[in-house]
Design a protein around this ligand. Sequence first.
Ligand code: AP5
Ligand code: MG
Length: 197
Amino acid sequence: MFNLILFGPPGSGKGTQSEKLVAKYHLKHISTGDLLRSEISGKTSLGLEAKKYMDKGFLVPDEVVIGMINDALDSNPDVAGFLFDGFPRTAIQAEELDDLLAQKDTCIDVMLALDVSEEELIKRLVKRGQTSGRSDDSNEMVIKSRIGEYHKKTAAVADHYKKKKKVEMVKGEGTIEEIFARLTHEIDRLMKTDNCI
Ligand code: AP5
Ligand code: MG
């Protein structure tokens, strides 16, 4: 298997690049944000609970998200690998993910971390908010609160994988095609080696 985490702050292009990467490498895309939004549209109790946090730009509690990941891994036993987008987002989620993958005799091969300036993140999200209908894009206060959560809780996830020498920083500004080329360059190189020893 080849398992990768596409990491970065809100608006860094994780969703945009994930779509292109899963098409090229036939990986299973797991976006916890998309899974949560689909629970919200289905008006499930999990979705209604999660919405309270998401509308304010706060992270949803770890146990909710870890439960969803567990289900997603179990229901996709025969894939070439997973692309995690927006997960893990706390140190606890990272430890849980490593344990779940170890139980399946696999691991995270690499974390590709998109580096984008805060000014550019806000510009992208405010622009999307004009048309997306995503409640958490609708005002700059909530966008800033999402970026605040990233600094407070999520940046630690990069430290977790840095200790394992699994982090590659990738410049996340430029055209979508330029960024895609940077990402595929790293993946093509790493796919040739066994990263789970
Ligand atoms: P989630 O859905 O993961 O959102 P996010 O990380 O806040 O950010 P986005 O999805 O908005 O950004 P992205 O990096 O995917 O960028 P995109 O490609 O869309 O999470 C939402 C919420 O769910 C969280 O706040 C939290 O409450 C909850 N949640 C989710 N996972 C959780 C977890 N694990 N634990 C706890 N809570 C969790 O691009 C952004 C915009 O920029 C788009 O309009 C795009 O068209 C544009 N764009 C992309 N690339 C470029 C480029 N190169 N140049 C110019 N514009 C570009
Ligand atoms: Mg996204």
